[in-house]
Ligand binder design. Structure first.
Ligand code: MG
Length: 270
């Protein structure tokens, strides 16, 4: 269950296999614990949810997620993997940007976890570039959580000193609350959206280290105010780094790749 909107995630699956199937995996947790997870979500109990109980449920869910995120982060650190969590509205161009990024980097060094409610279209697009990808379908869920990502990492062969890109479900609300074990959240805002998204969805822009202002090749056709979008983002997060980018024209790709290479070098050095 999502702490923000109350959506369910019991029907989440990875490459068509239920995410909650019983098996041992690298994170060493038993799914026996998941019974508690189900219970706190309220799916198994016809219990009235009072405001104080709701706060308790939220705290329990986020505490469990934090523990899984910690395990993911440790697993990634042991392998020197630089992991990013890409978040945005639907249609911001995340998958196209990933395909372009993989084409410009060595595809062997990039691994992708794709999150969508349904279909494996995006994972197939990534695999077509030659990079390894695994698809998580969240079903009714509106975000990835650290537990699902841990399972997806089990399915992947993460090579040492590689880059893991996690493309979250298109949603500027709920993914803000869930740490997946990534080094940074990267928020993608396209110029076909409103400039004021950062102040409408401040939690996400506050949680991100980097904003990719995407599809800037379309600016000549739009009355989009780039300075206003950046000012709004900095109003909620003065430290946010901004790169203006286009997978189509290639503008900003060098700066983005430099950010990735620096992060990969730092992850290896730890
Ligand atoms: Mg996508």
């Amino acid at each position: 269950m999502c702490v923000t909107c109350g959506c369910g995630e019991d029907d989440a699956s990875i490459e068509g296999v239920a995410a909650r199937h019983e098996h041992d995996h690298v994170h060493g947790h038993s799914h026996d614990h998941e019974h508690g997870y189900h219970n706190v979500s309220g799916h198994s109990h016809a219990q009235e949810v009072t405001p104080s109980r709701k706060v308790q449920i939220e705290q329990d869910i986020l505490a469990k997620n934090k523990a899984y995120a910690h395990a993911n982060r440790r697993y990634l650190a042991e392998r020197g993997v630089f992991a990013l969590n890409l978040v945005s509205s639907p249609g911001s161009g995340k998958t196209s940007l990933l395909c372009k990024t993989i084409a410009m980097l060595d595809q062997q060094s990039v691994t992708v976890i794709e999150g969508d409610q349904q279909t494996s279209q995006d994972a197939e697009r990534i695999r077509a570039t030659g990079a390894q990808a695994v698809q998580i379908n969240t079903g009714k869920g509106c975000h990835l959580d650290a537990h699902m990502v841990g399972h997806a990492m089990d399915e992947l062969k993460l090579t040492k000193a590689s880059l893991l890109m996690i493309e979250n479900v298109g949603n500027l609300v709920c993914p803000a609350a869930f740490d997946l074990g990534e080094a940074h959240k990267v928020v993608v805002l396209s110029v076909t959206e409103g400039e004021d998204k950062p102040i409408k969805y401040p939690d996400m822009f506050r949680a991100a280290s980097l904003m990719l202002l995407n599809k800037v090749d379309l600016l000549p056709h739009l009355s989009y105010d780039v300075d206003a979008a950046i000012a709004y983002a900095r109003r909620v997060n003065p430290a946010i780094k901004v790169i203006q980018i286009s997978a189509t024209s290639g503008v900003g790709m060098d700066e983005w790749l430099a950010f990735l290479r620096e992060g990969m070098a730092q992850a290896q050095a730890i």
